[in-house]
Design a protein around this ligand. Structure first.
Ligand code: DGY
Length: 320
C-alpha cells in the first residue's frame, strides 16, 4: 500500500509505517499547491494528512477515487466531509487523547495570560516602559473561585476544567451535546443551557468539535449577553467566533479580554485589529505543539494506516 504524507512528522510514525512494509512518500518541499497535493493524492492509496488547509470534500473524493483511507494528523476533522467518506466507505482516522493535556494547557495559559494582562505588560517591557510600582495600574483579575464555562466537555474540555479547578478552585459549568455524568461527579460540574453558559461564565473556554452550523456562534448578540469581566478563550476552531463582533465587544468593554489559539482565517492577518488590543493574546494554533503530543499523534496516525493495511478496523476512527 502506498502512503502519501504531505508534511514531515515525528520520525517514529514514519518508521512504524516503513516497518509495516508500507511504501511512504513525503514530498521534498512542504508548501504544496492544491494541484500538487491533489496529484499526489491521486497516486496513493492512503493519506497521512497534516494540517487543515486542504479540504476533503465531495470534489476531492470524486477526483481521488483510489484513496482508501485518510489518517488525519489531528483530532479535529472539520475539514473532512464525513458523510461523503461514509458513503464511499472510506475510514477516516484522527488522533484523540494524546493531545488533550497539551491543548488544554494552552487554554489554561491563555486564561491566565489574559487575566493577568501578560500581553499588555510584556509590550510595556519591550517598549522600554517598565514604569514605577503603581498600585493602581495594570491590575488583572484573580481566577480563584470564579466560574469557568466550557463549551464542549470532551477530553480536552475535561482536562481544562480539571486543572482550572485544581489550580483556582473554579466552579465548572458546561454546555455539551449530552450531559457528562463523569464530569458532574468528578468535577462537581453543572450542565447548563447555552444561554446560561454565556450569561454566567467569568471565563468561557471553547473546546467543542466544529461544524458549519456553528460558524460565528460567538457573535455580537452573544457577546452582549456575557458579563463585562468575561474572558473568552478559544483553542478549538476559529470558525466559532465572529472576529469583527469580538473586536467590537472588546473595544466597547462588553467583555474583558480574549485568548485565541485559533482564528478565522488562519493564519491571522497581521493587520487584524484584534492584534492592536492589549486585552487580547493570540497564539498561532500551537495547542498540540509539544514533543509528547506530536509524537503520540504520529504513532496513532501510523497505527490507523497499519491497521487498515491489514484489513483491520482502524483504532481511532472519526466515522465509525
Ligand atoms: C487538532 O488536532 O485538531 C489540532 O487543532 C491541530 O489541527
Amino acid at each position: 500500500m502506498k502512503v502519501f504524507v504531505n508534511r514531515r512528522i515525528p520520525q517514529t510514525g514514519i518508521n512504524m509505517l516503513k516497518e509495516a512494509g508500507l511504501e511512504v512518500f513525503i514530498p521534498e518541499h512542504e508548501n504544496l499547491s492544491h494541484e500538487e497535493w491533489l496529484i499526489y493524492c491521486q497516486n496513493h492509496d492512503a493519506i497521512l494528512s497534516v494540517g487543515g488547509e486542504f479540504k476533503y470534500d465531495k470534489d476531492f473524493f470524486a477526483q481521488c477515487p483510489n484513496i482508501k483511507t485518510i489518517a488525519l494528523y489531528s483530532v479535529g476533522f472539520d475539514h473532512v466531509d464525513i458523510q461523503e467518506a461514509n458513503r464511499r466507505q472510506i475510514p477516516v482516522g484522527n488522533t484523540p487523547d494524546v493531545l488533550s493535556k497539551a491543548t488544554s494547557d494552552v487554554a489554561f495559559l491563555l486564561m491566565q495570560s489574559v487575566a493577568r494582562r501578560a500581553s499588555y505588560n510584556f509590550q510595556k517591557v519591550k517598549d522600554g516602559n517598565w514604569g514605577d510600582f503603581d498600585p493602581l495600574h495594570a491590575l488583572g483579575q484573580e481566577l480563584y473561585g470564579k466560574t469557568l464555562g466550557i463549551l464542549g466537555l470532551g477530553r480536552i474540555g475535561f482536562e481544562m476544567a480539571k486543572k482550572s479547578q485544581k489550580a483556582f478552585d473554579m466552579n465548572i459549568i458546561y454546555h455539551n451535546r449530552h450531559q457528562n455524568e463523569d464530569a458532574d461527579k468528578e468535577l462537581n460540574a453543572t450542565y447548563v443551557s447555552f444561554e446560561d453558559l454565556i450569561a454566567q461564565s467569568d471565563v468561557l473556554s471553547v473546546h467543542a468539535n466544529f461544524n458549519p452550523e456553528q460558524k460565528d456562534l460567538f457573535n455580537g448578540p452573544v457577546f452582549e449577553k456575557m458579563k463585562d469581566n468575561t474572558i473568552f478563550i478559544n483553542t478549538a476552531r476559529g470558525g466559532f467566533q465572529n472576529e469583527k463582533d469580538l473586536y467590537e465587544a472588546l473595544v466597547s468593554k462588553q467583555i474583558c479580554g480574549a485568548g485565541l489559539d485559533v482564528t478565522n482565517p488562519e493564519p491571522m492577518s497581521k493587520e487584524n485589529p484584534l492584534l492592536e488590543l492589549s486585552n487580547v493574546c493570540v497564539l498561532p494554533h500551537i495547542g498540540s505543539a509539544t514533543i509528547e503530543a506530536r509524537t503520540g499523534m504520529a504513532k496513532i496516525a501510523a497505527e490507523n494506516i497499519i491497521a487498515f493495511s491489514k484489513g483491520e478496523k482502524i483504532p481511532y476512527c472519526a466515522n465509525p
